[in-house]
Ligand binder design. Structure first.
Ligand code: PMT
Length: 405
């Protein structure tokens, strides 16, 4: 099953007996790591209470377009922007008709109109209502405009009849929704990503390191998985949750990261260096805890670490390589020079002097530089930025392969 980790799902519930399955659906979505906000139509509340769905989703349930309190907390336009997907399950015949007609006469239809996220419907209704030519006409309209119509299934119905119109089971809906996030752009490709800081030991209790949290590299790993890649994530010590379905390699030092990178690169298609690798390590590592030497200064001698991504680029010229450049001044100038020095296909320039982006923040803004052009990606969440970067890197890798004789 694909993962829904960190995905924002707006679950619309309309009036129908299958509304009771929404409870199970919310649990399934949350078990896959999704954040769920529920919006109920008036009719849905006759079948299941907002309180139940609020308890299961862990978020307030929205029910009205004209509720000043709810609007003050998160207005409907904000909610429409918040969602990565809107899933309406169950979607009644009435709801489908209103949506097909472009109506925005309640909160849920308004959100479906206002969002840029794909909208998915899981229809559920009596089999005769499903077969009705008007419903089928509405279905045809919606098929061409929505992100997907899931089901309905066929079988015995709550009304005692048998036929099409049953809402798909919650587990199947979770799987279908998760699959909708996979672009398939990197199917069959092996992507190796380094992430987090390295730690360069000084003695058994001290090390040199930096502020990298691993957020950017782990977000890239998740995005590459979404795109269908096989992913090896080589990470320095950090607190990020291990993405599902990655081949995880934990390391401490730059030298260990180099070894792991060269092993993984042997059968890689794309290598992305998001790790903040320490450029230097203490020349000597003491086996015993260093003792304070009176009140005088302590002088450390540092020796350069190997350049991991430059080594990968040199030894495996067929791999598409993308480095990051963390700079505090002359961002683009230094990044361009770094790209050439390291011999990588492209470099992602990251202004780490701005604390709202870069190290340890949840947001980032970068400029992707290759030999041809610059692509600026303005500030957004690292999760979204990672998806956009993976999309760009997949395209650039394809272009590079297509032009290689
Ligand atoms: O981890 P986060 O808190 O989310 O922060 C993200 C980030 C700021 C760490 C990330 O976006 C980033 O910019 N990573 C690169 C940090 C860095 O060390 O940049 P650099 O300019 O020093 O290195 C340039 C490139 O060479 C990087 O791809 C780096 O992984 C690589 N490198 C550097 C030194 C070295 N010895 N070997 C390398 O492979």
């Amino acid at each position: 099953m694909s993962t829904l980790q960190n995905k924002r799902i707006l679950l619309g519930v309309t009036g129908g007996i299958a509304a009771y399955k929404s409870a199970e659906l919310i649990r399934g979505l949350r078990e896959q790591g999704a954040e769920v906000v529920v919006v109920m139509t008036e009719a849905a509340q006759e079948f299941i209470t907002p309180l139940t769905l609020q308890a299961l989703s862990g978020n307030p349930v929205h029910t009205s377009l004209l509720d000043p309190a709810a609007e003050a907390a998160m207005g409907h336009i904000e909610l429409a922007r918040w969602a990565d997907r809107i899933l309406v399950a169950p979607a009644s015949a009435d709801f489908m008709a209103r949506l097909a007609g472009g109506m925005g006469n309640d909160l849920l239809t308004t959100l479906c109109l206002a969002t840029r996220a794909p909208v998915m419907l899981a229809p559920a209704m009596n089999q005769a209502m499903w077969d009705n030519p008007t419903t089928q006409y509405n279905l045809t309209q919606l098929q061409s405009t929505l992100g997907g119509i899931y089901g309905p299934g066929s079988g015995s119905q709550a009304c005692g009849e048998i036929g099409p119109g049953r809402m798909l089971e919650p587990l199947e809906l979770v799987e279908r929704l998760a699959a909708s996030f996979s672009t398939g752009q990197l199917t069959g490709q092996h992507v190796v990503i380094t992430a987090g800081p390295t730690r360069e030991p000084l003695d058994p209790v001290r090390y040199l390191s930096n502020y990298s949290s691993g957020k950017m590299g782990y977000a890239l790993a998740n995005a590459a998985i979404e795109a269908g890649a096989q992913v090896t994530l080589i990470s320095g010590p950090c607190q990020q949750p291990t993405p599902e379905r990655v081949n995880m390699v934990m390391v401490q030092s730059a030298e260990q990261m180099l070894d792991a990178s060269l092993t993984a690169a042997a059968n890689a298609d794309i290598f992305i260096g998001a790790a903040a690798v320490c450029d230097y390590r203490p020349m000597q590592v003491s086996h015993e805890k260093l003792k304070k030497q009176g009140d005088g200064a302590l002088t450390l001698t540092l020796t350069p670490n190997p350049d991991i991504i430059a080594t990968v680029a040199q030894r495996f010229p067929n791999i598409f390589t993308a480095a990051f450049a963390a700079e505090t001044e002359n961002l683009l100038k230094y990044a361009r020079a770094k790209r050439l020095r390291k011999g990588v296909h492209c470099i992602i320039a990251n202004d780490v002097s701005d604390q709202s982006i870069g190290f340890n923040s949840d947001q980032n803004a970068v400029t992707l530089i290759d030999g041809d052009s610059d692509t600026q990606l303005d500030q957004r969440s690292k999760t979204q930025l990672a998806r956009d970067l993976i999309n760009l890197l997949a395209q650039k890798n394809k272009q590079a392969k297509d032009t290689t004789p």
